[in-house]
Design a protein around this ligand. Structure first.
Ligand code: FMN
Length: 191
Protein backbone atom coordinates (compact mmCIF):
# COMPACT_ATOMS: atom_id res chain seq x y z
CA UNK A 1 0.00 0.00 0.00
CA UNK A 2 2.83 2.37 0.99
CA UNK A 3 4.65 1.50 -2.24
CA UNK A 4 1.56 2.32 -4.32
CA UNK A 5 1.20 5.69 -2.57
CA UNK A 6 4.84 6.45 -3.26
CA UNK A 7 4.40 5.60 -6.95
CA UNK A 8 1.32 7.86 -7.19
CA UNK A 9 3.20 10.74 -5.54
CA UNK A 10 6.11 10.23 -7.92
CA UNK A 11 3.80 10.25 -10.95
CA UNK A 12 2.15 13.46 -9.71
CA UNK A 13 5.56 15.14 -9.28
CA UNK A 14 6.66 14.11 -12.79
CA UNK A 15 3.36 15.30 -14.34
CA UNK A 16 3.71 18.63 -12.53
CA UNK A 17 7.24 19.05 -13.88
CA UNK A 18 6.19 18.25 -17.45
CA UNK A 19 3.21 20.63 -17.24
CA UNK A 20 5.52 23.41 -15.96
CA UNK A 21 8.01 22.80 -18.79
CA UNK A 22 5.22 22.91 -21.41
CA UNK A 23 3.83 26.15 -19.95
CA UNK A 24 7.27 27.74 -20.05
CA UNK A 25 7.93 26.75 -23.67
CA UNK A 26 4.46 27.93 -24.75
CA UNK A 27 4.86 31.27 -23.01
CA UNK A 28 3.56 33.95 -25.35
CA UNK A 29 6.22 35.58 -27.52
CA UNK A 30 5.11 39.00 -26.33
CA UNK A 31 5.47 37.94 -22.67
CA UNK A 32 9.00 36.71 -23.34
CA UNK A 33 9.86 40.26 -24.45
CA UNK A 34 8.14 42.06 -21.59
CA UNK A 35 11.33 43.27 -19.89
CA UNK A 36 12.98 44.32 -23.19
CA UNK A 37 12.81 47.52 -25.25
CA UNK A 38 11.38 46.53 -28.64
CA UNK A 39 11.50 48.34 -31.97
CA UNK A 40 9.89 47.31 -35.25
CA UNK A 41 11.82 49.08 -38.03
CA UNK A 42 10.88 48.45 -41.63
CA UNK A 43 11.13 49.81 -45.12
CA UNK A 44 8.17 49.48 -47.44
CA UNK A 45 7.53 50.89 -50.88
CA UNK A 46 4.09 49.58 -51.79
CA UNK A 47 2.73 48.71 -48.34
CA UNK A 48 3.25 44.94 -47.99
CA UNK A 49 6.10 45.09 -45.49
CA UNK A 50 4.29 47.92 -43.67
CA UNK A 51 1.25 45.72 -43.25
CA UNK A 52 3.32 42.82 -41.85
CA UNK A 53 5.25 45.26 -39.62
CA UNK A 54 2.00 46.56 -38.15
CA UNK A 55 0.74 43.04 -37.48
CA UNK A 56 4.00 42.16 -35.72
CA UNK A 57 3.89 45.42 -33.74
CA UNK A 58 0.33 44.74 -32.59
CA UNK A 59 1.63 41.56 -30.94
CA UNK A 60 4.98 42.79 -29.62
CA UNK A 61 4.21 46.34 -28.53
CA UNK A 62 7.17 48.73 -28.33
CA UNK A 63 7.93 51.32 -31.00
CA UNK A 64 7.59 51.17 -34.76
CA UNK A 65 8.97 53.27 -37.59
CA UNK A 66 9.43 53.20 -41.33
CA UNK A 67 13.04 53.55 -42.45
CA UNK A 68 12.75 56.76 -44.49
CA UNK A 69 15.09 57.42 -47.43
CA UNK A 70 16.12 61.08 -47.63
CA UNK A 71 15.16 61.09 -51.32
CA UNK A 72 11.77 59.40 -51.72
CA UNK A 73 11.46 56.80 -54.46
CA UNK A 74 9.28 57.56 -57.50
CA UNK A 75 5.55 56.76 -57.10
CA UNK A 76 5.62 54.39 -60.08
CA UNK A 77 6.79 51.00 -58.76
CA UNK A 78 7.80 49.79 -62.25
CA UNK A 79 10.13 52.76 -62.44
CA UNK A 80 11.65 51.76 -59.09
CA UNK A 81 11.87 48.06 -59.98
CA UNK A 82 13.68 48.50 -63.28
CA UNK A 83 15.23 51.92 -62.69
CA UNK A 84 16.59 53.30 -59.43
CA UNK A 85 15.93 50.17 -57.35
CA UNK A 86 17.80 47.94 -59.76
CA UNK A 87 20.63 50.44 -60.06
CA UNK A 88 21.05 50.83 -56.28
CA UNK A 89 21.11 47.07 -55.76
CA UNK A 90 23.51 46.32 -58.60
CA UNK A 91 25.93 49.10 -57.61
CA UNK A 92 25.65 48.45 -53.85
CA UNK A 93 24.49 52.04 -53.27
CA UNK A 94 23.54 52.92 -49.68
CA UNK A 95 20.85 55.63 -50.01
CA UNK A 96 20.91 58.11 -47.09
CA UNK A 97 18.08 57.63 -44.59
CA UNK A 98 16.52 59.99 -42.05
CA UNK A 99 15.91 58.09 -38.84
CA UNK A 100 18.46 55.66 -37.59
CA UNK A 101 18.71 55.85 -33.82
CA UNK A 102 18.31 52.39 -32.32
CA UNK A 103 20.54 52.88 -29.29
CA UNK A 104 17.75 52.51 -26.71
CA UNK A 105 16.44 49.16 -27.95
CA UNK A 106 17.29 45.54 -27.07
CA UNK A 107 15.24 43.70 -29.71
CA UNK A 108 14.88 45.14 -33.19
CA UNK A 109 12.54 43.58 -35.72
CA UNK A 110 13.93 44.57 -39.12
CA UNK A 111 11.57 44.35 -42.08
CA UNK A 112 12.41 44.55 -45.75
CA UNK A 113 10.93 43.70 -49.11
CA UNK A 114 13.16 41.63 -51.39
CA UNK A 115 14.64 43.73 -54.16
CA UNK A 116 16.43 41.81 -56.86
CA UNK A 117 17.08 38.88 -54.47
CA UNK A 118 18.48 41.02 -51.64
CA UNK A 119 17.21 43.43 -48.98
CA UNK A 120 16.00 46.87 -50.09
CA UNK A 121 18.89 49.40 -50.10
CA UNK A 122 17.49 51.69 -47.34
CA UNK A 123 17.50 48.68 -44.98
CA UNK A 124 21.09 48.00 -45.95
CA UNK A 125 21.91 51.60 -44.98
CA UNK A 126 20.04 51.17 -41.68
CA UNK A 127 22.01 48.04 -40.79
CA UNK A 128 25.33 49.52 -41.91
CA UNK A 129 24.99 52.86 -40.09
CA UNK A 130 23.94 51.58 -36.69
CA UNK A 131 25.80 49.80 -33.92
CA UNK A 132 24.01 46.52 -33.22
CA UNK A 133 26.57 45.21 -30.73
CA UNK A 134 24.77 43.16 -28.05
CA UNK A 135 21.35 43.61 -29.65
CA UNK A 136 18.94 41.04 -31.03
CA UNK A 137 17.69 41.39 -34.60
CA UNK A 138 14.59 39.61 -35.83
CA UNK A 139 14.27 39.78 -39.62
CA UNK A 140 10.98 39.77 -41.47
CA UNK A 141 10.91 39.71 -45.22
CA UNK A 142 8.22 40.10 -47.87
CA UNK A 143 8.63 39.01 -51.47
CA UNK A 144 6.78 38.73 -54.76
CA UNK A 145 7.14 34.98 -55.23
CA UNK A 146 10.87 34.38 -55.10
CA UNK A 147 11.11 33.70 -51.34
CA UNK A 148 13.35 35.28 -48.74
CA UNK A 149 16.64 34.31 -50.44
CA UNK A 150 19.52 34.75 -47.96
CA UNK A 151 18.27 38.10 -46.71
CA UNK A 152 18.49 37.10 -43.03
CA UNK A 153 22.12 35.97 -43.46
CA UNK A 154 22.93 39.19 -45.30
CA UNK A 155 21.44 41.09 -42.35
CA UNK A 156 23.63 39.11 -39.93
CA UNK A 157 26.73 39.97 -41.96
CA UNK A 158 25.95 43.70 -41.87
CA UNK A 159 24.81 43.99 -38.24
CA UNK A 160 28.09 43.10 -36.58
CA UNK A 161 27.78 41.85 -33.02
CA UNK A 162 24.03 41.25 -33.21
CA UNK A 163 22.28 38.01 -32.47
CA UNK A 164 20.05 37.37 -35.47
CA UNK A 165 17.00 35.15 -34.91
CA UNK A 166 14.97 33.08 -37.34
CA UNK A 167 13.20 35.20 -39.99
CA UNK A 168 9.53 35.44 -40.89
CA UNK A 169 9.13 35.24 -44.67
CA UNK A 170 5.82 36.37 -46.16
CA UNK A 171 4.53 36.39 -49.72
CA UNK A 172 3.18 39.86 -50.50
CA UNK A 173 1.32 41.32 -47.55
CA UNK A 174 0.27 37.91 -46.27
CA UNK A 175 -3.23 36.48 -45.95
CA UNK A 176 -5.85 35.54 -43.36
CA UNK A 177 -3.39 33.10 -41.75
CA UNK A 178 -0.62 35.63 -41.26
CA UNK A 179 -1.64 36.81 -37.78
CA UNK A 180 -1.59 33.21 -36.53
CA UNK A 181 1.69 32.59 -38.33
CA UNK A 182 3.21 35.63 -36.59
CA UNK A 183 1.99 34.39 -33.18
CA UNK A 184 3.54 30.94 -33.75
CA UNK A 185 6.78 32.45 -35.00
CA UNK A 186 7.04 34.80 -31.99
CA UNK A 187 6.35 31.93 -29.59
CA UNK A 188 9.14 29.85 -31.06
CA UNK A 189 11.79 32.57 -31.03
CA UNK A 190 14.46 32.27 -28.37
CA UNK A 191 14.74 35.89 -27.20
C1 FMN B 1 12.99 46.99 -57.02
C2 FMN B 1 12.19 45.76 -56.73
C3 FMN B 1 12.77 44.52 -56.90
C4 FMN B 1 12.07 43.35 -56.56
N1 FMN B 1 12.71 42.15 -56.67
C5 FMN B 1 12.08 41.01 -56.24
C6 FMN B 1 12.77 39.75 -56.27
O1 FMN B 1 13.93 39.64 -56.63
N2 FMN B 1 12.07 38.65 -55.85
C7 FMN B 1 10.77 38.73 -55.40
O2 FMN B 1 10.20 37.71 -55.02
N3 FMN B 1 10.10 39.91 -55.37
C8 FMN B 1 10.73 41.05 -55.77
N4 FMN B 1 10.06 42.26 -55.72
C9 FMN B 1 8.70 42.30 -55.18
C10 FMN B 1 8.68 42.73 -53.72
O3 FMN B 1 9.66 42.06 -52.96
C11 FMN B 1 7.34 42.44 -53.05
O4 FMN B 1 6.27 42.91 -53.82
C12 FMN B 1 7.29 43.04 -51.66
O5 FMN B 1 6.27 42.42 -50.90
C13 FMN B 1 7.04 44.53 -51.72
O6 FMN B 1 7.02 45.05 -50.39
P1 FMN B 1 6.52 46.53 -50.08
O7 FMN B 1 5.08 46.59 -50.54
O8 FMN B 1 6.63 46.63 -48.61
O9 FMN B 1 7.38 47.48 -50.80
C14 FMN B 1 10.73 43.43 -56.08
C15 FMN B 1 10.14 44.69 -55.97
C16 FMN B 1 10.85 45.84 -56.28
C17 FMN B 1 10.18 47.20 -56.14
Amino acid sequence: MKKLLLIIILILIICGGVAYAITQSNQQGAAKMSDKKVLVAYFSLSGNTKSVAEQIHSQTGGDIFRIEPVSPYPEDSEEVTYGIGKEQVSKGILPPIKNTDISGYDIIFVGTPVWWSVMAPPVKTFLTENNFEGKTIVPFITHGGGGGYSTDKDMANLAKGARVLSPLVVYGKGNAETVKEITNWLNKLNF
